[in-house]
Design a protein around this ligand. Structure first.
Ligand code: MG
Ligand code: ZN
Length: 366
């Protein structure tokens, strides 16, 4: 009987003793060591709803504890394109449609990937478009115009990016602007480079001394329904490698590029296949982030595409999609966050705030 008050007394004593460090109860702002930003190009709320109901009412996106919405408009249009959209995430500034990490004054803006490199972090980019396409380009290149693919390819050589996987090899090694062979130049900069001809992405073993570039196509990679299946693999492989590559942490952007192209094509099945491929990559990244506890994972889109809606006649497992346009729309765009700093991503905010919140989560302003 007397043992009970004694135990309580002891607990109180211990509680008093530890009361000072217990101030860290406000540790909701634990710093993120690593960031993986996953962008589903053109992935509005309806695109992910279609993926969800086409997939037996299940998505990895349901595993995220924090959800927000961002305002995607660009500096010169209520309807953004992917270049201005990605520049907002990468640089924290609204710019004009078509600009690759440049402001409205056409001066280059420093990207979060470049800042991460400067701080000794490892960096990576993965896309299911060409790697010089607007979304990945805005994290690493600077150009007035998104279509200047060969110039954008040259910008890759000006950086120390550790890992990139995507299409568009011809912009590196079959150039029309000059005679440079950027694949050769990558190799002489210390990169291990391979491509879809070798088809050895899964077999190549990466050690932390290597840098790695892999081209999945000469131009645009195939669609998921044509058999393209490298996105989950490239995401998983990249996270595991970047984790080992730098003790300072890493920044990685992974894009499901073709959800957007399904929207432009007004093709519901195209959207669903690309959405589920992207969701599988999300699941692989989440599995790793759950284990390490120091990685902030963010999933969002640059904009919606197609004015996509799910209409009467749709059933669980069979979506009847309708479209209002073959272009982008101005809808608010969902944001999902997991890991240290995730709580910052609840609410409604500008697309540029995603950059600000990433920087805050990394503690760069502290
Ligand atoms: Mg894109
Ligand atoms: Zn688009």
């Amino acid at each position: 009987m007397r043992a009970i008050p004694l135990t309580i007394g002891l607990l109180l004593l211990m509680a008093c003793h530890t009361s000072q460090p217990a101030v860290t109860v406000t540790s909701t702002h634990k710093r993120a060591k690593n960031i993986v930003l996953l962008i589903g190009d053109g992935m509005g709320l309806t695109q992910l709803t279609a993926g969800l109901y086409a997939n037996n009412n299940h998505l990895n996106l349901e595993r995220f504890p924090v959800i927000g919405l961002h305002k995607a408009y660009s500096a010169n249009d209520l309807i953004t394109d992917s270049a201005a959209g990605a520049t907002a995430f990468a640089c924290g500034q609204k710019t004009y449609n078509g600009a690759i990490a440049m402001g409205t004054d056409s001066l280059p803006l420093t990207t979060i990937l470049e800042q991460a490199e400067d701080r000794g972090m490892a960096t990576g980019l993965v896309a299911t478009s060409t790697i010089v396409h607007a979304t990945p380009a805005a994290f690493i290149a600077h150009n007035k115009l998104r279509q200047n693919y060969e110039d954008i390819a040259v910008d890759f050589l000006k950086t120390d990016i550790d890992y990139f996987v995507g299409g568009g090899e011809k912009f590196f090694n079959a150039r029309t602007l000059d005679d440079r062979d950027l694949v050769k130049e990558l190799r002489s900069k210390g990169y291990t480079v391979s491509d879809f001809r070798q088809n050895d992405l899964g077999r190549i073993v990466l050690n932390k001394q290597m840098k790695f570039a892999y081209f999945t196509a000469d131009e645009d990679p195939p669609t998921a329904s044509q058999g393209r299946d490298y996105l989950p693999l490239a995401a998983d492989k990249g996270v595991r490698y970047l984790e080992r590559r730098s003790e300072t942490g890493y920044f990685m952007m992974i894009e499901g590029s073709q959800i957007d192209w399904g929207g432009h094509a007004n093709n519901t099945q195209y959207i669903i296949r690309e959405m589920l491929d992207f969701d599988e990559a999300i699941g692989r990244v989440l599995n790793l982030a759950e284990k390490d506890g120091e990685t902030l994972v963010i999933v969002t889109a640059d904009h919606e595409c197609g004015g996509f809606s799910i209409n009467y006649g749709s059933k669980m497992g069979k979506i009847e999609g309708k479209f209002t346009t073959d272009g982008h729309t101005g809808d608010l765009v969902p944001v999902f966050a997991f890991g240290p700093g995730a709580e910052r991503f609840g609410g409604i905010y500008e697309n540029t705030a995603i950059y600000d919140k990433m920087v805050q989560a990394l503690g760069w302003n502290d």
